[in-house]
Ligand binder design. Structure first.
Ligand code: NAG
Length: 229
């Protein structure tokens, strides 16, 4: 009797801890954030009227029994500890630095973290006031800051929509490669930097597709710069 009570207490302690952690994440990082919940099979639409998307939290899976439960059998709702490990990275790769984006809440995008459970994509994001630089493949980009110094928020070399840098080889909007580190090491802290948007510079994430370099910059205030010194 006693040991089993201990187990229940332990278990509920773990559950409580998990819930608290999740809540803390949403309170601290995602407090003023926009929320988007999309049931499996639909597409999440994130948008910032002005500014650029920065994804703070994302989970494709199931962490409660109520969300997206209408008409579903209990067996598909009972696992509430279901998370796809790639949720944040996948969502951010598609959306960071863009004014809007859509992400299908499907297993083919996130891999199936819990077979047989009906899932949903839960995203918290903020809209940053930042500046965007586009450089079409083969051209030299000149990134300059009139005020302060460059601070790269996100960089993608590839293609995340069809309209930018139009070309007959603009054949997909799903060419992602995170080049944030590379652009940060080249440009952060400088007043200007130059970079060739090319495969030799960034390596080719999708052969045969005409690409572009997309860089969003954070607008650093003077007080932020002062703190950094
Ligand atoms: C992109 O790369 C940066 C630097 O390595 C990393 O901090 C960030 O999480 C990455 N973003 C995504 C969406 O993978």
């Amino acid at each position: 009797m006693f040991p089993s009570t201990m187990l229940v207490q332990k278990l509920s302690g773990v559950t409580l801890l998990l819930l608290l952690c999740q809540h803390a994440c949403f309170l601290s990082a995602c407090d003023d954030a926009k929320q988007s919940v999309t049931c499996e099979g639909d597409s999440a639409s994130l948008s910032c009227g002005s500014g650029f998307i920065n994804v703070l939290c994302a989970n494709y899976g199931r962490t409660d029994g109520e969300t997206c439960s209408a008409g579903k059998p209990p067996g598909q709702l009972s696992n509430v500890h279901c998370s796809s490990e790639t949720s944040l990275q996948t969502t951010a790769t598609r959306c960071n630095g863009r004014e809007s984006c859509s992400v299908p809440a499907v297993n083919s995008v996130f891999n199936d973290p819990c077979f047989g459970t009906y899932k949903y994509l839960d995203v918290a994001y903020e809209c940053l006031q930042s500046k965007q630089h586009i450089t079409c493949e083969g051209f030299r980009g000149d990134i300059t800051c009139e005020e302060g110094v460059i601070s790269v928020h996100y960089a993608n070399y590839g293609r995340r929509n069809l309209a930018t840098c139009p070309h007959e080889l603009a054949t997909t909007a799903h060419c992602y490669s995170n080049r944030t580190d590379r652009m940060r090491s080249r440009c952060n802290g400088k007043k200007s930097c130059h970079v060739l948007a090319s495969n030799s510079e960034f390596s080719d994430p999708c052969v045969g597709v005409y690409k572009y370099l997309e860089v969003t910059l954070l607008r650093m205030s003077l007080s932020m710069i002062r703190i950094r010194r």
